[in-house]
Design a protein around this ligand. Structure first.
Ligand code: 5GP
Length: 113
């Protein structure tokens, strides 16, 4: 089922897009939890990592490579950053379209809440 992220992919609702190609889209989170908070999503409608299939391998590898490139471009590479994906209710997932949170620009605590 489509989510609001499909509307962002289709440019039906606006977003601050920082990177886009045929396979993925990256845009700034509307409610940032760190000075840099970007969501990287596949254009394919995938609910979460829990529903990945073997045919999604290329998309996932691509997204990870692009996430590292975006982090570098945002100036996060030297001091580090965090990449998180929430899965389901206990994971705190609120949008059921796979997304990776790229968080950086401050010292992040561990463990998360
Ligand atoms: P989740 O809680 O599913 O891991 O993360 C969903 C994220 O999407 C949240 O961090 C939330 O702030 C972000 N988000 C929800 N709606 C929008 C929107 O319309 N635009 C943008 N840019 N981010 C959104």
């Amino acid at each position: 089922m489509s989510t609001l992220f499909t509307k962002i992919i289709n440019k039906e609702i606006p977003a601050d897009i920082v990177y886009e190609d045929d396979l993925c889209l990256a845009f700034r989170d509307i409610n940032p939890q760190a000075p840099v908070h970007i969501l990287i999503i596949p254009k394919k409608e995938i609910v979460s990592i829990a529903t990945l299939t073997a045919e999604d391998k290329e998309i996932l590898a691509h997204i990870m490579l692009k996430t590292a490139e975006i982090a570098k471009h945002e100036g996060l590479a030297d001091n580090g950053y965090r990449v998180v994906t929430n899965v389901g209710e206990n994971g705190g997932q609120s949008v059921f379209h796979l997304h990776f949170h790229l968080l950086g620009g401050r010292k992040l605590t561990w463990p998360p809440g």
